[in-house]
Ligand binder design. Sequence first.
Ligand code: SOE
Length: 380
Amino acid sequence: MRKLKTAIIGTGFMGKVHSENVRRLGNVEVAAVAGSSGARAKAFADSIGVDNSTGDYRTILEDKSIDAVHVLTPNALHFPVTMAALEAGKAVLCEKPLTLDAGEARQMLDLAEKKGLAHCVQHNLRYYPVVQHIRQMIAAGELGDILIVQGTYSQDWLLYDTDYNWRVEKGPNGALRAVGDIGSHWMDMIQHLTGLKITAMCAELATFHKTRRKPKHSVETFTGKTLRAEDYDEIPVETEDFGMVLLHLGGRARGAYTVSQMSAGNKNRFAFEIYGTRGGAQWNQERPDELWIGNRNSPNQVIVKDPSLLRGPAQGFADLPGGHSEGYDDSHKQVFKRFYAKVADPSAPVDYPTFADGLWGMHLLGKVLESATKRAWVDC
Ligand code: SOE
């Protein structure tokens, strides 16, 4: 089988996660790296052992031997980079939130479809093995009709006003920060699991730090704890630190979630609870191999990941035996495995999140903003 060639566009936290995990597939070579400058691209390429690096991603798009690109830039660049990559005939895997608004996402989806190219938005968190197990249980009706969904995606890496990242600024990030960055995952997950669409919402956003101190030099996601007072400039902040959203799903279900980047002690706590007419389920990303099942008339259970015990298709998302954790890195690998199967063979199934999911996600983020601005319920 021919080895596929891919390129990593973006040299931050996600550049590292994507390059490491796409290499685990074995049939995909990271052939090139693009960054915001030649120096950044080269430093990153050197760190992962790639010879070909550039400060101009268009150089990569001209290379006919490259099959696909990973768009891992700040959000504002997802649209121009993806459109150029599709025009150049590359399959595109883009980080979330897909774009700055639904209009851009619509254009990306239309172009990918017109060109007949594989397209994917990186909602990797769907693909923890026990999460897929609960999806199968829900599909089989074991939780009954879904009534209530609730949860949070909470982190603490932006707790202090000295914590800074490009996401804090509207320009590179877009208008929604916490809800765009991690609320997008929560909404995608809950719809993926229940099969229900969000039909209405009421959102409120809060910016606790009206100004933040921006380091004079760039700081990577989840870092920045080692700087001193003289290393900063004070900047105004327009994006939210916290969001709370009430939801209607389908015709009957109701729910609520919070999103925070300022909840002390929560490192990457993506938690959901789903309750139906027959049973409930809870999961927390910080304990990824465990799934709690709640029963009304029999003892509750904690299911620990073991591929041989997972329900049907969920087994395909576990590559290690029971007792061997599969976590964040593995969830990325599961998306890549399916996306590159499609790149290699256009007749392969689309069993990964596409730009259509990303477009719906951007539509919902637009509704969050609309509801919070109007201080009112909005239909989706
Ligand atoms: C930062 O908040 C971040 O890296 C997100 O961008 C990811 O999508 C999330 O999975 C982990 O946290």
